[in-house]
Ligand binder design. Structure first.
Ligand SMILES: [Zn+2]
Length: 486
């Protein structure tokens, strides 16, 4: 792998097969947004691409939780033109096109990561950093030109980019990005964990589980073995599911969230969750067999020999550089894989087992040994404060209304939901307030949502006034015109 620098941007390249492929990668993704500006990275990417002239070679752009990538494949002079145009556009975004692109993005509905993994992330990290993944936020039409400009100025700069090429840099290649330093990223600190494994329902298409661990080859091998086992058992043996997939999401320092998702035939979700939990436990008790480890090592070796691996390796190296993670050559990584023992894998799973979170699609109930139902709540007791109740008539006709209560406390809101669970949001931890006429929807940093609706709660205008007074104006917004009523 060769290395040079153009206009302050590190360039990594290695000779691969023609045609030349280039990816300009920035250390900026969904995790760098806040609830109020969810989607701003995607908006920057769309605005940058929207002004490019029509061409006949392949080009693309994408955003995930951690990076934004602009890619083109073609003749060297086409690559030069593409990269020059992207850099110029990023330096001077067509902000007058925001409303148009907002509509395009709302229709596209792209997410930064798999929805089941996204639910696991917000359970672990709250509505912050990678935990923003499942949220839509205020909507693309509620992102201001100033938000877009500030985001681009902070993240889409020379010092926060790396270019990778599958051949030598073509003649005349320039990367006219604004100067600027490598970006700092939000710390992905796990929320205070409950005392052990927990499950919860979410709007997810599959069953998922995640554990927290320290990054390393033992996890790579262990999760691959786990995925193999689940595929064999859930798919081939029981015919319960089609697809097992895994994802590693870096957390703070050298930690990572290791997620695995297993889709389930309708009605089989609870059974799939049971198998997932049983296999996690089996891994923590017995570890992988020698044969399984050998199989996974062989799979890693084979992947490294694939010619397509070159581009992945360049991207991996660029990402490590952007996030300050040490470079490991493929040989180093293979050597580490070879050194991992079954005992080591068993030990990391055993240590991580108490951090297990399971998510299941809405409406599914699971009953697993040692797994509690996740509670975001401060118990079932409402805190002291001013109490709001549904109108008397509603309480006559609706069981839910008889349970539902809203409390305005000294420092925030509490809600008793129709199940009797109490949710609490302190004003200091509000991440957004949606205003819709007389109604306010308050979003808390731990994932709770409290609806303050004078039609639902008698006299709640007073609570609305308290919310408006306590939450800074920049966190409040009018309901998006781009989303449906629900
Ligand atoms: Zn809650």
């Amino acid at each position: 792998m060769e290395r040079t620098e153009i206009d302050g941007v590190p360039v990594l390249w290695a000779q691969g097969p023609a045609p030349l492929s280039a990816t300009l990668i920035f250390g900026c993704g969904g995790q760098d947004e806040i609830f109020r500006t969810i989607g701003v990275t995607h908006l920057v990417e769309h605005l940058a691409m929207s002004g490019l002239p029509r061409v006949h070679h392949d080009r693309n752009a994408s955003v995930d939780l951690h990076t934004t990538q602009f890619t083109a494949t073609g003749r060297p002079e086409q690559i030069v033109t593409f990269l020059d145009a992207v850099c110029r556009a990023l330096a001077d975004l067509p902000l007058d096109r925001i409303q148009k692109e907002a509509g395009v993005l709302a229709a596209e509905g792209g997410a930064y990561t798999d929805p089941t993994v996204a639910a696991l992330l917000t359970r672990r990290f709250g509505v912050h950093g990678p935990g923003l993944a499942p949220w839509t936020g205020p909507g693309f039409d509620r992102i201001s030109a100033e938000d877009v400009r500030a985001h681009a100025a902070r993240f889409f700069v020379a010092g926060n980019a790396v270019l990778v090429l599958t051949g030598p840099p073509p003649e005349g290649l320039r990367l006219p990005l604004p100067a600027g330093p490598r970006a700092e990223h939000p710390t992905a600190t796990p929320l205070p964990a409950q005392s052990g494994p927990a499950w919860s329902e979410h709007l997810v298409p599959a069953v998922g589980a995640a554990v927290l661990g320290r990054r390393g080859a033992a996890w790579v091998l262990g999760m691959s073995v786990l995925a193999e086992r689940l595929e064999r058992i859930a798919r081939h043996h029981h015919g319960l599911s089609y697809e097992v997939s895994g994802e590693t999401v870096p957390g703070d320092g050298d930690t990572a969230l290791y997620a695995i998702t297993v889709d389930a035939r309708e009605g089989q979700e609870a059974e799939v969750a049971r198998l997932l939990w049983a296999e996690l436990n089996r891994m923590a008790e017995q570890g992988p067999t020698e044969e399984e480890l050998a199989e996974e090592r062989e799979a890693v070796r084979e992947a490294y020999q694939d010619p397509r691996f070159l581009e992945l390796e360049l991207l991996e190296t660029a990402t490590r550089e952007l996030f300050g993670r040490p470079y490991l050559s493929p040989d180093d990584r293979l050597a580490r894989c070879d050194a991992i023992t079954s005992d080591e894998v068993r030990e990391i799973f055993r240590a991580a087992l108490p951090t297990t979170q399971l998510v299941v699609p809405c409406g599914v109930t699971v009953d697993l040994p040692g797994v509690a139902e996740h509670a975001c709540v401060d118990g079932r007791q409402l805190p002291p404060g001013r109490l709001f109740q549904p109108p008397a008539l509603a309480k006559v006709f609706s069981r839910e209304a008889r349970v539902l209560r809203l409390v305005l406390t000294d420092d925030g809101l509490a809600l008793r939901d129709p199940d009797g669970d109490v949710h609490r949001i302190r004003f200091a931890e509000v991440v957004g307030v949606e205003e819709d006429g007389a109604e306010r929807t308050v979003f808390g940093a731990h994932g709770c949502i409290i609806n303050v609706d004078p039609e639902l709660f008698k006299g709640a205008e007073a609570a609305v006034r308290a919310v408006d007074a306590a939450v800074p104006a920049q966190l409040r917004y009018h309901r998006s015109a781009l989303v449906g009523r629900d």
